[in-house]
Design a protein. Structure first.
Length: 510
């Protein structure tokens, strides 16, 4: 007997799957040193635990649209959750570097569809007037998961061992799979679309080359390395082939439906989510390393002072979800980007001497700003997109956000290293006996260059200050990017009023 749609249970199951996948994008980072010792791997080798996941997810994400059209939402969702859960078990059981890298590849492949599919299903099971709150709930999982990942990963690693970073996914995955199997039925009549092998191959090779270039570029000293040149050439060649092939292939036969790019709101949303991914994740990558390396914060303390920003994001998303349809989306986006810019401006004035409140409050303000941006942006991006194009649209949306975050993290890390060297050299030039500071007897005694201890202490102080200057330079870059994107809000057209939706007839509770 068919009963009314059970939105709460479907939403809960979807959010479990989303949080499981987004947590895994950062939860393993803090456990890498422990894995390195346990698996007898070098620092360069253990980095493949992260690289394998990122590359596999990037390649598999664009497949989501075609797989949903071919096999249906429910089947792909269940296969993704099941595969991700099994791959997580294999990661936790790994006893060698090869085993864990292979398991992480599987994690990336199966987990790639979870975030875009969760967005599709929430849009499909909710009528227009409820899609704003639905996107708010979805946004909580997408944005808060990566923020809480390092904190949870640090606690699991310290309290148990690094294997529990992966084993924690097993009960979550089982609950999510049961909920999807029990409460949702397949949308009838998936389209039997021909698979565009050439389009997929060129896009996959291009994305793989891009992710490898970004992830390993700094380690390889960028274009002084042959590997980086090979990756860059592969990226350019494969992307050119893909663009030309897609432009010359009919929309119903190409791997990516280029009709998506004719929707102005969707294209504007893609541009904005790229900036959001770049700014948010790059800033999140900077703060923990700054606290731990410059200010000697323990991992647990770093997690505690950065976690409130996730709370700010979550609370604001839930509030904004109820404002969708009542307040102009562009005004909310303007407020969100402005608040985010204010928070980063505060970070631009950081010094070596910071109190806990100096770290927490800019983070909370940034979280509020991002909450104001993410939900209206998701609603505006898909407001004028037809339901038939949502699966491919959400996959591309997630892919662009992930590429933005990869580029942002790579950019700020590269600038951090290079600007530290530049600032160190500039500061060293000013360390002379002619400097008035040397007239202070206490300073002259502590930093006595005639003794090894004094020279080492001075070098350490200069290095610390140089690194702080480099971090501030990164924050100024993030501020510039945030402010520069605000005028582009004029490209977004306000969606029309809500219309009656009969989607409940397609997705029903058994």
């Amino acid at each position: 007997m068919i009963r009314p749609l059970n939105r709460p249970m479907i939403t809960l199951s979807i959010m479990l799957a989303t949080i499981m996948q987004t947590l895994d994008s950062t939860i393993a980072n803090v456990a890498l040193p422990h894995m390195q010792g346990s698996l007898s791997a070098s620092q360069d080798q253990i980095a493949w635990v992260l690289t394998a996941y990122i590359v596999a997810a990037a390649i598999a994400t664009p497949l989501t649209g075609w797989m949903v059209d071919r096999f249906g939402q429910k089947n792909i969702f269940l296969a993704s959750i099941g595969g991700f859960t099994v791959a997580s078990m294999l990661c936790g059981m790994s006893n060698s570097l090869a085993e864990i890298v292979a398991a992480r590849l599987l994690q990336g492949v199966f987990g790639a569809a979870l975030v875009p599919l969760s967005q599709v299903v929430l849009l499909d099971i909710n009528p227009k007037e409820k899609q704003g709150p639905a996107m708010a709930i979805w946004g909580v999982g997408v944005m808060v998961g990566p923020i809480l990942g390092p904190t949870l990963g640090g606690w699991l690693t310290d309290s148990y061992n690094w294997r529990w970073v992966f084993f924690i996914n097993v009960p979550i995955g089982l609950l999510a799979a049961y909920g999807m199997w029990r409460y949702i039925r397949p949308v009838p009549g998936p389209r039997q679309k021909r698979f565009d092998m050439f389009g997929f191959a060129t896009l996959s090779l291009g994305l793989g080359a891009l992710q490898l270039l970004l992830d390993r570029g700094q380690q390889n000293d960028w274009f002084s390395s042959t590997e980086t040149w090979i990756e860059a050439i592969a990226l350019v060649v494969m992307t050119t082939y893909f663009v030309a092939h897609t432009a010359l292939t009919p929309a119903d036969k190409s791997f990516i439906d280029f009709r998506l790019l004719k929707n102005q709101n969707y294209v504007s949303g893609i541009l904005f989510i790229f900036i959001v991914g770049l700014v948010l994740y790059a800033t999140r990558a900077l703060i923990p390393t700054m606290l731990e390396t410059l200010m000697n914060y323990p991992v647990a303390t770093t997690g505690l002072v950065t976690a409130p920003s996730g709370a700010g994001t979550m609370i604001m998303m839930l509030i904004v979800g109820r404002l969708i349809g009542k307040v102009d989306l562009r005004l909310m986006l303007l407020a969100g980007f402005t608040i985010t810019a204010v928070s980063i401006w505060q970070m631009c004035h950081y010094t070596i001497e910071l109190s806990t409140s100096d770290i927490i409050w800019p983070g909370v303000i940034q979280g509020i700003g991002m909450g104001l941006v993410f939900v209206p942006l998701s609603a505006a991006t898909f407001a004028t997109l037809s339901p038939a194009m949502r699966a491919q649209g959400t996959a591309l949306f997630s892919l662009v956000r992930n590429i933005g975050s990869s580029i942002g993290i790579s950019l700020v890390q590269t600038m951090l290293v290079r600007n530290t060297v530049i600032a160190h050299a500039a500061l060293t030039e000013r360390v002379t006996y002619a400097n008035p500071a040397w007239h202070n007897p206490a300073i002259a005694s502590a930093y006595d260059l005639s003794t090894p201890r004094g020279a080492a202490l001075l070098d350490g102080t200069v290095t610390q200050q140089a690194a702080m200057i480099a971090y501030i330079d990164d924050f100024w870059l993030m501020l510039f990017l945030t402010v520069a994107v605000i005028p582009l809000l004029l490209l977004i057209r306000p969606p029309k009023g809500p219309k009656t939706s009969d989607v409940d007839a397609h997705v029903v509770m058994e």
